[in-house]
Design a protein around this ligand. Structure first.
Ligand code: FES
Ligand SMILES: [Fe+2]
Length: 399
């Protein structure tokens, strides 16, 4: 009798060779994909957006992944809440608009109506025994770090608080809560979500695959990072960034158990930020007094990645749409009071990560194509792919 797909997966986890890539099955099995959503995505914190996107009571946006849809909304009291976008009557999506402002959410099917707090306001013709209290929208956990909104669909989300408290003083001068969304883009890629995250996690591919990034960012070569690190520490300090704790958790931070990563690394001389010309792209964030030519790699949990320059932040997530369908979603944020056309220009701001994501879309697609071949066999990882074993371990532990 053939083994079921999940049993094959368990055997492969058991047999996994440390320091090697994952077996094809993890990227080609529909049963593993369903299991990924249930055991990994639904139980992890996912970065959904920023508080500035829902500034007023009633403002909301939808955040979707896999088969799930979540309503993220500012309630009457000014708090941020999230609800599963699934009607408690017969399951229709309740909210169909991607974003907007609402007083209530009314299901388009039979008009059950829910408050911003998720409570059911009443259902028509439901009989005397019906208690609306029993049928509110299912709540989704929310955590906010410096204005960044994270959601988790599980009733017992992983603890992040302590790590975030450690990050707070490092991030404070950037005032991430006072940013605004300047631009968003989505790059669909026909590949499993894990290949997209793995690609983001390593910079072994940066030199051969990212001409533009490699011209300005030292991360493609560890020796270059070392070479310019000291000068960056001085410049960072001069613009008001704490420089004594720039490497919070060290290179091992993506190992299982650790849940945040924060590290500022240097751009090459002549680059003040991640721009084509090297010139600033926007006013410095928060209380920073200038542009130091550095970039902070920030990871919160396993699914949420940010790159923070002195004048803008780029957020990345890799949203599963199907077994081999993933959206690389990128959002660019600038200081809240920056004006488009005057203080920044959208095209210039988005240029680097637009071209870089196009490259990534291609390499990830070709990666999946090769992995789909019957001849694929996981190869050994380079030392420049140090973060992948940590990701695999976290993944194995959760699934
Ligand atoms: S499914 Fe929503 S009211 Fe019936
Ligand atoms: Fe890349």
């Amino acid at each position: 009798m053939p083994k079921d797909d999940l049993q094959v997966m368990r055997d492969l986890i058991e047999a996994h060779r440390e320091g090697f890539a994952l077996e094809r099955h993890f990227y080609t099995s529909g049963a593993v994909y369903d299991h990924d959503i249930k055991s990994f995505w639904n139980r992890n914190w996912i970065w959904a957006g920023h508080v500035s996107q829902i500034a007023e009571p009633g403002d909301f946006f939808l955040f979707d992944y896999g088969p799930e849809s979540v309503i993220v909304v500012r309630d009457r009291d000014g708090g941020v809440r999230a609800h599963m976008n699934v009607c408690r009557h017969r399951g229709s999506r309740v909210c169909l608009e991607k974003q907007g402002s609402a007083r209530v959410f009314s299901c388009p099917y039979h008009a059950w109506t829910f408050g911003l707090d998720g409570r059911l306001r009443g259902g028509r013709a439901m009989g005397p025994d019906f208690d609306p209290k029993d049928y509110g929208l299912f709540p989704v956990s929310v955590q906010i770090f410096e204005g960044l909104i994270f959601i988790c669909a599980d009733d017992n989300p992983p603890a992040l608080n302590e790590s975030l408290a450690q990050l707070k003083p490092l991030a404070a001068p950037m005032q991430l809560e006072n940013m605004k969304l300047a631009h968003e883009a989505s790059y669909p890629v026909p590949a499993n979500w894990k290949l997209a995250i793995e690609n983001y996690l390593e910079c072994y591919h940066c030199a051969p695959s990212h001409q533009e990034y490699a011209r300005s960012h030292s991360l493609k070569d560890p020796a270059d990072v070392e070479k310019y690190a000291e000068a960056l520490r001085e410049r960072s300090s001069a613009i008001g960034l704490p420089n004594d704790e720039l490497d919070l958790t060290g290179a091992a931070s993506l190992a299982p158990g650790a849940d945040v990563y924060w590290r500022r690394y240097p751009l090459f001389p002549g680059y003040l930020t991640g721009s084509k010309s090297g010139e600033p792209l926007a006013p410095p964030l928060g209380v920073l007094t200038g542009h130091d030519g550095g970039a902070t790699d920030l990871a919160i949990g396993t699914l949420n990645y940010f790159l923070i320059y002195a004048d803008h932040m780029v957020g990345y997530r890799f949203i599963p749409r199907g077994l081999q369908e993933t959206d690389i979603q990128i959002a660019w944020y600038v200081r809240g009071d920056a004006e488009e056309g005057k203080d920044y220009n959208k095209e210039d701001l988005a240029w680097l990560w637009h071209v870089t994501s196009h490259d990534d879309e291609k390499i990830i697609r070709h990666n999946q194509e090769g992995v789909n071949s019957h001849r694929f066999q996981p190869g050994p990882l380079s030392e420049m792919e140090w973060s992948l074993p940590g990701f695999y371990k976290t993944y194995f532990n959760m699934i």
